[in-house]
Design a binder for this molecule. Structure first.
Ligand code: GLV
Ligand code: MN
Ligand code: MN
Length: 413
């Protein structure tokens, strides 16, 4: 490393704190749903920060924002970093934002040290890593990698029936067909993120070097039974859609617990019942299941078991089931040579480190389809995330950003 890269902790923390105020819910909660007024304000603010730092900006047609530190050789594929600034309802201030503002600070640290990288370095703020608006996570990176076709993206609707093209702002021009990038378009991609689990915090460690990202899958299930009067219809005559759904939710839990893979996790996070009246038998139920594993075969075996149990519960109860897949993504493996470079910089900065698995999904899951990819985790208090008391200590953020900056600069040489 030719010159020390100075991470300005005061600036980075002030920016994280400011971004947290751009929220649809009052502090400490942070809510920034894709293309909401808060998301648009955060995007505009990020563009102004980048412009102030002398960095070029552009949006693609799905709203991914690219912030570029120009390298001396524009013929070479750039190095990239990035994460997301959207936040699920009542989330915290650090999920995704540490990777975006830490990435910006990394680019500024290189520029302010008077260094010009050989390859350009691009910071990407990915559109909708969170599935809140359209029910599908990693929308921006999924489209960059060609894992979601423009037709399917066009067909997405939010709960109010609005499409991506209805909602995207005027500064996200062009056709969705132009979003996809070619494999090899980047030399490497490195994402900085809070761990969202307790391993680093519990062990008092600085950096997690992510070797694998778990394979996420999500499903939407519609159960249709027969409604009726809660007093008048005898139990033997019922076809209760909610109870078939409830049995399926328990089957999800059982399949995850009894899976031979220790990494299998299953969650029924959404359930809606119709007509949802205390004196009416549920005639319809909709539920959404999130199911993940690092071992794809184990995940798919457990899912097959859930489908059998759900079919059996529905047959017993005289309820019909329509099962649709929202997404079923394979796991990603991080590039060992990138992790080796990051490990070297962590060591030179005196940061303790361990190899880790990411059980949450991230935009890196899709960037890994385009170029060698790695992730750096930093600790967050008690592993809490997706809640307002999510917290990462200033020194943890600064250390992670310092390792990121050095790794990016090294890769850009
Ligand atoms: C990302 O937020 C996830 O659900 O893993
Ligand atoms: Mn998240
Ligand atoms: Mn995240």
């Amino acid at each position: 490393m030719p010159s020390p890269l100075n991470i300005r902790e005061d600036r980075l923390l002030a920016e994280l704190a400011h971004l947290a105020t751009i929220s649809a819910h009052p502090a400490p909660a942070v809510t920034r749903v894709l293309f909401s007024p808060e998301d648009l304000a955060a995007r505009a603010w990020l563009v102004s920060l980048a412009s102030h730092a002398g960095l070029a900006t552009r949006f693609d047609a799905v709203g991914n924002l690219f912030i570029t530190l120009e390298g001396s050789d524009p013929s070479l594929p750039p190095v990239a970093t990035g994460s997301h600034t959207d936040a699920i309802p009542n989330a915290g201030a650090y999920d995704g934002t540490v990777g975006v503002l830490g990435g910006l600070e990394a680019l500024r640290s290189i520029r302010e040290a008077g260094l010009t990288p050989r390859r350009s370095i691009e910071l990407i703020m990915f559109t909708a890593e969170e599935p809140t608006r359209f029910g599908l996570g990693c929308l921006g990176s999924r489209m960059l990698a060609g894992a979601l076709s423009p037709e399917k993206a066009r067909a997405l609707r939010d709960p109010d029936g609005r499409s991506l093209e209805d909602l995207r702002p005027a500064d996200c021009p062009g056709d969705l067909e132009e979003v996809r990038l070619a494999e090899g378009c980047y030399h490497a991609f490195v994402e900085l993120h809070i761990e969202q689990g307790p391993q680093l915090d519990t062990a008092g460690l600085d950096i997690g070097l992510v070797t694998h990202i778990a394979a996420p899958a999500a499903f939407r299930l519609y159960f249709t039974g027969t409604g009726g009067h809660a007093g008048a219809v005898l139990m033997k005559d019922r076809h209760d859609a909610f109870l078939a759904a409830a049995e399926t939710a328990l089957a999800v839990e059982r399949a995850a617990i009894e899976s031979p893979s220790p990494d299998t996790v299953g969650t029924t996070g959404v359930i809606r019942i119709s007509p949802s009246a205390i004196n009416s038998i549920p005639c319809e139920a909709m539920m959404e299941i999130d199911f993940r594993d690092t071992d794809l075969a184990a995940r798919d075996q457990a899912l097959a078991r859930i489908r059998e149990d759900a079919a059996a519960a529905c047959a017993r109860r005289g309820v019909s089931l329509d099962w649709s897949c929202i997404n079923s993504d394979p796991p990603a493996v991080c590039a060992k040579d990138l992790l080796d470079i990051a490990a070297r910089h962590a060591d030179s900065l005196g940061c303790s480190r361990i190899p880790m698995i990411s059980r949450a999904y991230h935009d890196s899951l899709f960037m890994a389809r385009l170029c060698p990819t790695a992730m750096l985790f930093i600790p967050c208090l008690n592993g809490w995330s997706h809640r307002p008391d999510e917290y990462s200590r200033p020194e943890a953020i600064t250390r992670g950003t310092a390792v990121l900056a050095r790794t990016l600069f090294d890769l850009s040489a």
